[in-house]
Ligand binder design. Structure first.
Ligand SMILES: [Cu+2]
Length: 525
């Protein structure tokens, strides 16, 4: 107990991460509280002993001999071990607590004994001020306040010092220590640094010849994934695991009623996104794409959006027209909003997270489709939905590589969230059946030239217009080979298959088909 209390108290006094402090202090408290019953037991024992002495009777339990000293040191070691275990538990609960030591930026400059205190506001993808000047040798203490309405931010310095994630309205103090060189800072939330959340700390009054290595103003540009470790790569010929199940591409049934209440929960979870590649995907209701919602022209959608992630997120439904200000706002983790719209027009409408940088939030998985059929659309034998999107791999287990997104270099282009998934697990149809393929290009950035190898489209509808054929009849004597879609555009094609075989479904932007935007329709008699 003595060891636990004393060592634990020292650990708490050291500048350790808060979770470690919490767990260790709980242990110290336990050690202190356990002292109370022992105290009472001791009082009782001494009373009994005194009474026994009065009555001149030998005490029932003699005082333990002194040979306990070795046992006592063993107990002390156990106490020390308990403190260590508690600290490790704290670190395990908060792995961020241990990634990388904090280094000094003193750079050999003697301390002045002064402290410069600066308040920095994080909001609107900016630090304000974004440049701090500090006299060389001063200790610098930065108070960071997240002043944004819904977004999570933090401040990380190239010394390794960090504020930890800050919810809207939260404040943290970052003690930089003695400043003897220029220091670069940024927000480590995915994409925020690239959007300009960069803080430059400039040291003034330096002696000539001792200026810092990073004297230039930070551009926010950097190489690598930005979330630690080398980027994951995919072997294009690798196959998914035996138990891989492709996403069901069938158009879901039209739900009953004219008001659709849907709860969409945003989560951030790690999973396999391509053979051998694990990424942290951001999802609506756990899938990429999010659920395919369906309704008729005139239907009302009452959406409850819940943010169960770790940073700010939002949603934007193209299927309804309204002022974006309130319903599309970014909400912090733990909050929810309702978003109500009426689907007045037919289409394959995209929905997606509209929190900046949108390219990252969409690439990480936050998109889906609302299918509102034209009212006069005749039934077909089979309807499938294919949503194309791009993937830009971060490190194994990480979030998308923001630099790769900016440079337009996807690692995979996929239908319904997984490269080549319908090549491995083909879609099916029968000879002579009429098949309708609903297609949306969710991007975030690349166009889609949708084509079926060996097929010809006799009905094509895109963005509110019949391009080929009509509701009353498919085209005869003419047709189309491609449904071209820019990011966020959607439509459908129809075709029949003249004979049994394997008909590839591809993005005819061929490099993107090779990156995974390719599937098979297996047609049988
Ligand atoms: Cu988001």
């Amino acid at each position: 107990r003595l060891a636990m209390t004393n060592v634990g108290t020292i650990v708490c006094a050291l500048p350790v991460p808060s979770l470690i402090r919490v767990v260790v202090s709980m242990l110290v408290l336990g050690a202190l509280v356990s002292f109370v019953p022992i105290l009472f037991a001791a009082i009782r024992a001494s009373r009994l002993a005194r009474a026994a002495a009065r009555d001149d009777v030998v005490p029932a339990r003699p005082v333990e001999p002194v040979r306990a000293s070795t046992r006592r040191s063993g107990v002390a070691i156990a106490g020390l071990a308990a403190v260590l275990v508690a600290a490790a538990t704290g670190a395990a609960l908060d792995p961020a607590a241990l990634d990388g030591p904090v280094t000094s930026a003193a750079n050999g400059v003697p301390p002045t004994g002064h402290t410069t205190t600066v308040e920095v506001k994080a909001a609107g993808m900016r630090f304000t001020p974004d440049t701090i000047e500090v006299p060389a040798g001063d200790r610098l203490v930065i108070t960071v306040r997240n002043a944004s309405a819904g977004d999570v931010h933090d401040l990380v310095l190239d010394t390794g010092a960090k504020s930890g994630r800050l919810a809207p309205g939260e404040t943290a103090v970052v003690d930089v220590g003695v400043a003897g060189r220029d220091i670069e800072g940024w927000c480590s939330v995915a994409g925020h640094r690239q959007m300009g959340m960069v803080l430059t700390i400039r040291v003034t009054g330096m002696q000539h010849g001792t200026t810092s290595p990073g004297g230039a103003r930070g551009t926010g540009k950097h190489t690598g994934s930005g979330n630690g470790g080398p980027r994951a790569t995919v072997d294009p010929s690798a196959t998914p695991p035996e138990d891989f199940r492709a996403r069901d591409a069938r158009l879901p049934a039209l739900p009953p009623g004219r008001v659709h209440r849907v709860r969409l929960v945003i989560t951030e979870t790690e999973r396999e996104v391509a053979p051998g590649v694990r990424q942290t995907v951001w999802t609506y209701n756990g899938t990429v794409p999010g659920p395919i919602l369906r309704g008729q022209v005139g239907d009302r959608f009452e959406i409850t959006l819940v943010n169960d992630g770790t940073i700010g997120h939002s949603i934007d439904f193209h299927a309804g027209a309204l002022a974006p200000d309130r319903p599309m706002r970014t909400i912090p983790p733990g909050e929810s909003l309702t978003y109500t719209f009426t689907a007045e027009r037919a289409g394959v409408w995209m929905y997606h997270c509209s929190t900046e940088p949108m390219s990252t939030h969409i690439a990480a998985g936050l998109f889906g489709a609302v299918v509102i059929e034209p009212p006069d659309l005749p039934p077909v034998d089979r309807s499938y939905v294919l949503v194309q999107s791009e993937m830009y791999f971060g490190p194994q287990g990480g979030t998308p590589d923001v630099a790769a997104i900016q440079e337009g270099k996807p690692d995979a282009v996929v239908f319904n969230g997984y490269p080549h998934q319908y090549a491995h697990r083909p879609l099916t149809a029968k000879v002579g059946e009429r098949v309708r393929l609903w297609v949306l290009d969710a991007g975030p950035n690349r166009p889609l030239s949708f084509h079926v190898v060996g097929g010809q489209f006799d009905r094509v509808w895109s963005e509110g217009r019949w391009l080929v054929g009509s509701p009353s009849a498919p085209a005869t004597g003419t047709g189309a080979q491609v449904l071209p879609l820019l990011p966020a555009q959607g439509g459908f094609v129809e075709l029949t298959f003249p004979e049994a075989g394997h008909y590839p479904v591809v993005d005819h932007v061929m490099s993107d088909a090779e990156r995974g935007a390719r599937g098979i329709i297996r047609v049988t008699k």
